[in-house]
Design a protein around this ligand. Structure first.
Ligand code: FES
Length: 122
């Protein structure tokens, strides 16, 4: 059963679970501030569930790629939409600042956990 590390918590989920759903089911949110209430509920249109993910996850599909290609996101940021990302193994997740969690350059809580060479399963 895969584990998800997020905001000082470690939870388990079924393999193939949607990341956003797994977080919400555990009482955690991939949204910042008012975006917890003002979001598209997982339809890949608002972009507020964007997170940095390290570990085994599904490939990016067209809907997700389309939304992450639009402002304020930047496809090159490497963020994923948690509502479109399926957990396929152990992962570490970081939410960056900003309404959409788009401020990757500003860091994020526990950003040190996902340095490029880090192993999220360590
Ligand atoms: S919840 Fe809106 S894009 Fe994921």
């Amino acid at each position: 059963m895969p584990t998800i590390r997020f905001r000082d918590e470690e939870i388990e989920c079924d393999e193939g679970a949607v990341l956003r759903d797994a977080l919400l089911d555990a009482g955690l949110s991939p949204h910042n501030g008012a975006a917890r209430y003002l979001n598209c509920r997982g339809h890949a249109t608002c972009g507020t569930c964007a997170v940095e993910v390290r570990g085994d996850v599904s490939e990016m599909a067209d809907d997700e790629r389309r939304r992450l290609s639009m402002r304020p996101h930047d496809l090159d940021s490497g963020l994923r939409l948690s509502c479109q990302t399926r957990v396929e193994g152990d992962v570490a997740v970081v939410k960056h600042p900003g309404f959409w969690g788009q401020k990757v350059e500003d860091g994020g809580e526990r950003g040190e956990e996902v340095a490029p060479d880090s192993d999220p399963t360590a």
